[in-house]
Ligand binder design. Structure first.
Ligand SMILES: N[C@@H](CCC(=O)N[C@@H](CS)C(=O)NCC(=O)O)C(=O)O
Length: 210
């Protein structure tokens, strides 16, 4: 199979779960960062007039980050989604939790927000994580290595992305969550993941903590 091309902006947002899944799945791809001053011109040429967009070697364009991630999970070798339909739904449920606005807002917090909006949204997302998502993820993980068992899936990369971006604004987010903390290090240590994390352009200068 030829090379895939992923298009997105110079941000750490809806590109990251696709890129973690590509890296974790050992799928060869090219990343094209569309600079904001080039977007208006590029937009007209895109299928959905939104990014991310994955272009297959035959020119097929896939938009919507969820569709992109699920496709990559299918073509990775080994696949990053279980064969069993119930387990696959369970993986997708965890992925969709991360697409939920309540935690997905960590992307604009890290990449865009400033002033009062930065502070308020940051406190709100930290509240949702501590009170709702982290207890839930801890329960779903149980004593397994990854969310679906011994093998990593795209659900692990989705949760990893939310927590990695959160650590940019709250480094201690996992301090009370030992199982999730051990899981986080396990995902970070997977082949391809560290290399991807180290290869990204730096995050913007974040607003002061208080
Ligand atoms: N539901 C879509 C959302 C895509 C989206 O909102 N893309 C934004 C960037 S995060 C975009 O392309 N904005 C530029 C525009 O709409 O002109 C997904 O998950 O891919």
């Amino acid at each position: 199979m030829g090379k895939l091309t992923l298009y997105y902006f110079p941000l750490r947002a809806r590109n990251e779960i696709p890129q973690l899944t590509l890296a974790g799945g050992g799928v060869d791809y090219e990343y094209v960062s569309i600079l904001f001053d080039k977007w208006a011109e590029f937009k007209d040429k895109t299928f959905l007039k939104q990014l991310p967009m994955l272009v297959l070697p035959d020119g097929t364009e896939i938009c919507q980050s969820g569709a992109i991630v699920r496709y990559i999970a299918q073509i990775a070798s080994p696949r990053l989604v279980p064969d069993d339909p119930v387990k696959a739904a369970y993986v997708d449920m965890i992925f969709e939790m991360c697409q939920d606005k309540r935690v997905q807002v960590i992307d604009p917090i890290c990449n865009m927000y400033s002033g009062e909006q930065f502070k308020t949204e940051k406190e709100t997302v930290l509240g949702h994580l501590q009170d709702n998502y982290l207890p839930c993820w801890t329960k779903l993980l149980g004593d397994k290595k990854f969310f679906a068992g011994d093998s990593v899936t795209y659900a692990d990369f989705a949760v990893f992305h939310i927590l990695e971006n959160t650590q940019n604004v709250e480094p201690n987010v996992l301090s009370k969550w030992s199982e999730m903390s051990a899981w986080y290090e396990r995902v970070k240590g997977l082949p391809g993941i560290k290399q991807f994390l180290d290869s990204r352009p730096p995050l913007r200068q974040l607003p002061p903590a208080n």
